[in-house]
Design a protein around this ligand. Structure first.
Ligand code: PMP
Length: 364
């Protein structure tokens, strides 16, 4: 019997590639003839170490990150990075410069507050985060401990295409919801982090790519666990890591390679997003609130042209009844959101567009 698979548009934990899930199923109780699952073996075993090394090497190859970077698989999701980064790199009197583009930079600032001073250098809060904040290099202080971006705003549906940097100011980027989804100048940043549960693997795991020379400059008076240098030295095995998560990440990276790498994935992501946005733009029922140039290829936010809570509910219920799951917008943004991460097929998007067309016709 083939398994039932929903068309899953959830924002995260999100759809994972079916091929990867099937592979895990086939290897679950007996990994490569060893008589145990990957979860049941020592993280210090040769077998697991090879998985972890391979996952890091694949991530590096897919992203084109240079030898200057270490790839880490850490605990605590993306949220732990919000405070771990300033714990390592904030210097008194040198505020962190923040580009405030949505909920996840708000959350980052909340987590940073006990350990760092933060200066918002640009914000689109006044525009309800329906566009990206505008600023230039002169807005970034040359004394900033570092600059913080969120590349893709999962909740509000906007995504940076271009970045502004300042010479000698390290740049950090939260790529939780668009890592490995597009061609990207990964080497321009000093620390990239991404919670796994959208384009990488199970939640709880966080992929961190850090410039080794910057890690060395971090504070040494922190608990050793939180110092990136120790995690680098231990190759993500400082303590018992999320072994299952790393194993799955490796399989997802392999799946991306088999799809043709990031260029092929990006092309498909662009096609999926174009299908959906062009329908939203021509629809008589729906509209897209995000400024066109700033729209996200990963989280497509849309709403009814005239607010109607009853009709909204009806749309979600009917969608669910035909297997289109996870379309409710985040509670702070309202409306609808279709998250179309790497593992969401073009077929799923075609089905969604057909459903939206039929629904609009019926609702006239
Ligand atoms: N940053 C962004 C952009 C996110 O979308 C999320 C989760 N949706 C987070 C951070 C937080 O991730 P986690 O729950 O893994 O800590």
């Amino acid at each position: 019997m083939t398994a039932k698979r929903a068309f899953n548009f959830g924002a995260g934990p999100a759809a994972m590639p079916l091929e990867v899930l099937e592979r895990i199923k086939s290897e679950l109780s007996d990994y490569h003839g060893l008589g145990m699952s990957i979860m049941e073996m020592s993280h210090r075993s040769k077998t697991f170490e090879a998985v972890s090394e391979r996952a890091a090497a694949r991530f590096k190859k897919l992203t084109g990150l240079s030898e200057d970077f270490a790839i880490l698989f850490l605990h605590g999701g993306a949220t732990q990075q919000f405070s771990q980064i300033p714990m390592n790199f904030f210097e008194a009197g040198r505020p962190v410069d923040m580009v405030h583009s949505g909920h996840w930079t708000e959350r980052a600032m909340k987590e940073m507050k006990p350990v760092a001073e933060v200066r918002v250098i640009a914000s689109s809060e006044g525009k309800k985060f329906r566009e990206l904040p505008l600023f230039s290099e002169t807005d970034i202080s040359d004394r900033a401990s570092y600059l913080h971006y969120c590349s893709n705003n999962t909740i509000f549906g906007s995504q940076f295409k271009k970045f502004v940097f300042k010479k000698n100011v390290p740049t950090v980027i939260d790529m939780s919801s668009d890592v490995l989804s597009r061609n990207f100048a990964y080497n321009d940043f000093d620390l990239i982090f991404a919670g796994a549960q959208k384009n990488v693997g199970p939640s709880g795991l966080c992929v961190v790519a850090i410039r080794k020379s910057w890690a060395e400059r971090g504070r040494e008076d922190l608990a050793p666990f939180f110092q990136y240098r120790n995690q680098i030295q231990a190759r993500s095995l400082y303590n018992t890591p999320n072994t299952f998560g790393i194993y799955m990440a490796d399989l997802v990276f392999e799946w991306i390679e088999n799809q043709g790498g990031i260029p092929a994935i990006e092309k498909r992501n662009e096609e999926k997003a174009a299908l959906l946005y062009s329908h939203i733009d021509e629809s008589s029922l729906f509209s897209g609130p995000v400024k066109k140039e700033d729209r996200s290829l990963m989280n497509v936010v849309f709403e009814l042209q005239s607010p109607n809570p009853e009709l909204e509910k009806k749309f979600l219920n009917e969608a669910e009844s035909v297997g289109l799951i996870g379309l409710k917008g985040h509670r702070i943004a309202g409306g609808f959101r279709a998250s179309i991460y790497n593992a969401v097929s073009k077929e799923a998007v075609v089905r969604l567009v057909e459903f939206m067309k039929d629904f609009a016709k019926k609702s006239k």
